[in-house]
Design a protein around this ligand. Structure first.
Ligand SMILES: Cc1cc2nc3c(=O)[nH]c(=O)nc-3n(C[C@H](O)[C@H](O)[C@H](O)COP(=O)(O)OP(=O)(O)OC[C@H]3O[C@@H](n4cnc5c(N)ncnc54)[C@H](O)[C@@H]3O)c2cc1C
Length: 422
């Protein structure tokens, strides 16, 4: 070793989405101790918020549950939720890391019984459902959350209600004086897998997100279709709770656009085709139009793409939507778009719009606490970010779940090599 220190046999994985979970489990199952640090109060990342996921179009909990079981049965994985890495110092093989753990105000005695939530009247926005509904301020992050443990919002803890909520718990699981704490770790290598966030649709001013209630985004559509979403799985227009009859998907909403995200997220075309199947399951006669620049659906799913495209109530319209206006009386939406095959300008009215927004790396706004190279869009530039630090999944490039799993496995192997070859 360059610094003559002892090589740590532990690996730090940051981010508990598909990439991070995979990296953590592969490394642990190869015999290494792993610390997994996740910012949310639950593991699973953005995939946990999907209704179905391709290629198999099954609920994401098919895959996630298997990983959670692997974590439960593997003492080598130690995970921290509501946690973030504040500092990384040292060098490959011998790094010092400080992790800050924010208070959940609920300890491990929680059985998930929900009595605290029943006693609570305060409501807050529900981030799991992209704030489309409210939830109690004493909450389980979602029905299938792992760990299955409640959380108290800081606003509730400071309120006059807090004591009543604490007294409702018969397991002595609520600690109103729980404070943030830091943990110092020694690790040999780091895998950074903090994933992505949806591009902010408010920045797409001409599309009226936030002003026109029936303009939603693709991630919101995932929650609308989900049994544990804000409408218990019924796809309804936000303005009046009515079934939509005519829905438009606007592809490349902010993507491949020098003013927003210049890159292609590579997933949104398939996501809109997948979401067409959600609509079709509920509304056999609903009209769907996908407005696109060009459809970039990967070859592996050719059969799926062909099947969706054969839907006679689906129109594929080649043209990038320029403007979305609202008819204030009906709250219907009027799309201005040029058909690029005929060069004719159209105004098309629909009753709901889904913006296919892309995936922006979280590292663009929250870089690693150690110096690494990024590309022009904020993705970590390569798998080997620096000696001993590796990037996986959407931290490195926009990818789907199967690529995230491959990437997490690759990063785990690189992290192990980083320790072994010292
Ligand atoms: C609309 C839509 C639909 C999609 N549908 C599919 C599909 O059907 N099939 C498919 O294969 N792919 C689909 N995808 C892509 C899929 O969501 C990604 O492949 C997957 O989320 C990538 O996993 P990840 O672990 O890299 O990132 P994420 O899922 O984003 O996980 C990252 C984790 O890191 C955590 N984190 C963030 N910052 C920090 C920090 N500073 N410290 C600690 N933790 C942090 C996050 O809370 C999160 O848990 C879809 C994408 C979109 C936009």
């Amino acid at each position: 070793m360059a610094n003559g220190g002892t090589v740590s046999q532990s690996i730090l994985v940051v981010g508990g989405g598909m990439s991070g979970l995979t990296a953590a489990l592969e490394a642990a199952e190869a015999g290494y101790d792993v610390y997994l640090v996740e910012k949310n109060p639950y593991l699973g990342g953005r995939v946990a918020q999907l209704h179905h996921y391709f290629p198999k179009l099954c609920p994401p909990y098919c895959g996630l549950e298997i990983n959670f079981r692997r974590i439960k049965t593997n003492p080598r994985v130690r995970f921290f939720t509501m946690a973030e890495v504040q500092r990384i110092s040292g060098e490959e093989g011998n790094m010092d890391v400080t992790v800050k753990i924010n208070p959940r105000y609920v300890n491990e005695k929680c059985t998930g019984c929900g009595k605290c939530s029943e006693a609570c009247t305060m409501e807050i926005d529900n981030p799991f459902n992209y704030n489309m509904n409210k939830m109690k301020a004493a909450y389980l992050p979602h029905d299938m959350a792992f760990p299955m443990r409640f959380v108290l919002d800081p606003a509730l803890v400071k309120s006059v209600e807090a004591q009543k909520v604490k007294e409702a718990c018969t397991y002595d699981a609520i600690e109103l004086d729980m404070a943030a704490k830091t943990v110092d770790l020694k690790v040999g290598a780091v895998v950074w897998a903090t994933g992505w966030k949806p591009y902010d649709p408010v920045k797409l001013e001409s599309y009226g997100f936030g002003k026109h209630p029936n303009v939603i985004t693709n991630v919101m559509m995932e929650r609308l279709a989900s049994w544990n979403g804000p409408t218990q799985g019924k796809i309804l227009r936000p303005s009046d709770g009515q079934p939509p009859k005519n829905i438009a998907f606007v592809q490349c909403a902010g993507s491949r656009d020098q003013n927003h995200l210049p890159f292609c997220s590579g997933i949104c075309c398939l996501a809109s085709l997948k979401q067409t199947t959600y609509i079709r399951e509920q509304y056999p006669d609903a009209k769907v139009t996908i407005f696109f620049i060009d459809i970039r659906a990967t070859d592996r799913l050719e059969d799926f793409v062909a099947k969706v495209k054969s839907d006679e109530n689906l129109t594929l319209f080649k043209g990038k939507v320029a403007q979305i206006n609202q008819d204030d009386a009906t709250k219907n939406l009027i799309l201005r778009v040029e058909d690029t095959t005929t060069e004719k300008l159209h105004e098309i009215t629909v009753d709901m719009v889904v913006l296919a927004t892309g995936m922006q790396p979280n590292t663009a706004e929250n870089p690693l606490p150690t110096s690494v190279a990024y590309d022009d869009y904020g993705f970590v530039a390569s798998l080997k970010a620096k000696p001993g630090v590796f990037a996986a999944g959407c931290t490195r490039t926009p990818v789907g779940v199967s690529e995230s799993v491959q990437d997490g496995t690759a990063a785990a192997l690189k992290a192990i090599q980083s320790i072994v070859r010292r």
